[in-house]
Design a protein around this ligand. Structure first.
Ligand code: UD1
Length: 416
């Protein structure tokens, strides 16, 4: 297994480019199952989860290719089974459920099960699809779904679930009649998926708001589409500049999608300036602790919680973070403590008291964004931080050590 070594204390300087968004590319790849004809995607990040998705598309009967950041997919002979071996490595595999039911009237998809950051059930996906006429049975760890042609329905989510909204958007695109999704997720990646579906011929309006209308069509066709840039990767680099007291120009930064993050960073004492070719980020005096509550979009994203916590660890004063989306997303706390952070936990609330400095130590990554927070803390700390289990990081950050090295970081991979 590989580990990352980060030798901290170097202010990062220069330009760093953001890759395509993992959380947009994953549902978009699953939506390729809906198309008749070839889909050509660009700005697809080279990540482990993307390779897994392409493998899943192959198994489900698509012909795929992936060169550089361009991926293609064409359905040849659809098959309804998403096996456990793949689903267990990537929860987002469950996003093939809606497309398979819409195209085949049948799906056999392994139940994703729990994951490190919480129970994460898919009940809202299933309830919504049932409203559209699907029937489900859970047996031997698989969701067995059957339906005739799905029928449009008026669905109000109990919670604005990202994956649930995406599954239903895909299903509704080929359903008979109109679907209205209320209390839908407003995440930019949901909007990107809807724009992609429209490029294939779907009739979706209201994406990006909490009420989405879908007029079902008879068929969707291939198209060319560029995946949006990754707001969470971008946010991670904004923090990287601030935590090292450096200065970065973050290129391809979807700044308008980062409002809640930039608001909190500015409150902490970070200078952010939109330029023609990116976002300039540096410190604006000393860093201060702030209070953060994670919320569905447009609130502060849970996927940036661990990274802003790393920043608060070296800020003056006390800050707090309340995690409202996932019940168990504080595994980075004990690892940050190994680097000298002062954080106390009470249920879903973390109180972060800033310390003068962090000092490198061996730590373990527990999930994707937790890994990013450890890299950030390592960049700020004195000495070497050894981060093991970095396969988590490779699920979501394209060439992170290459990109960070190019702006001055001392970071490299070693075999354990
Ligand atoms: C997506 C993102 C993930 C991000 C999350 C919240 C992808 C591939 N992943 O995950 O990076 O952290 O949004 O912004 O895009 N829930 C239920 N029942 C359901 C569905 C969800 O109870 O049927 C709960 C979950 O357990 C969780 C919360 O709702 O507590 C949020 O889940 P959801 O918005 O669905 O997130 P994901 O789509 O899994």
């Amino acid at each position: 297994m590989e580990k990352l070594i980060v030798e901290g204390g170097v202010p990062l300087r220069g330009r760093i480019r953001v890759s395509g968004a993992k959380n947009a590319a994953l549902p978009i790849l699953m939506a390729c199952l809906l198309a008749e004809g070839k889909v050509e995607l660009s700005n697809v990040p080279r990540l482990r989860d993307i390779h897994t998705s392409l493998r899943l598309l192959d198994i489900l009967g698509c012909e795929t290719s992936f060169e550089g950041n361009d991926a293609t997919s064409e359905v040849t002979n659809l098959s309804p089974e998403a096996p456990y071996e793949l689903v267990k490595t990537m929860r987002a595999s469950v996003l093939c459920l809606g497309p398979l039911l819409a195209r085949l009237g049948e799906a056999r998809v392994a139940l994703p099960g729990g994951c490190a950051i919480g129970a994460r059930p898919v009940d809202l996906h299933l309830k919504g699809l049932e409203r559209m006429g699907a029937e489900f049975e859970l047996t031997e760890g698989y969701i067995l779904g059957k339906s005739g042609r799905l029928k449009g329905a008026h669905i109000t989510f109990d919670f604005p679930t990202v994956g649930g909204t995406e599954n239903l958007l895909m299903a509704a695109s080929l359903a008979e009649g109109e679907t209205i999704l209320e209390n839908a997720a407003r995440e930019p990646e949901v909007e990107d998926l809807a724009n992609f579906l429209n490029a294939m011929g779907a009739k979706i309006t209201g994406q990006g708001t909490s009420v989405i209308h879908v007029e079902g069509v008879e068929k969707l066709t291939g198209c060319k589409y560029k995946v949006m840039p990754d707001r969470i990767e971008a946010g991670t680099y904004l923090v990287a500049a601030a935590i090292t007291n450096g200065e970065l120009l973050v290129e391809d930064c979807p700044f308008q999608e980062l409002d809640a993050v930039s608001y909190k960073l500015r409150e902490m004492g970070v200078w952010l300036e939109e330029k023609a070719d990116g976002v300039l980020v540096k410190r604006n005096g000393a860093l201060r602790g702030v209070d953060v509550v994670t919320q569905p979009h447009p609130g502060f994203p849970t996927d940036m919680q661990a990274q802003i916590m790393a920043l608060m660890c070296v800020a003056e004063g006390t800050g707090s973070i309340e995690e409202k989306i996932f019940e168990n997303r504080f595994m980075h706390v004990q690892e940050l403590a190994r680097l000298g952070a002062n954080i106390s936990l009470k249920g879903r609330m973390a109180i972060v008291r800033g310390v003068d400095k962090l000092v490198g130590a061996p730590v373990m990554a527990s999930d994707l964004r937790a890994s990013a927070s450890l890299v950030l803390a390592g960049l700020a700390g004195a000495g070497k931080t050894h981060i093991s289990r970095i396969y988590h990081l490779d699920r979501g950050y394209e060439r992170i050590e290459e990109k960070l090295s190019a702006v001055g970081a001392r970071i490299w991979r070693e075999n354990e």
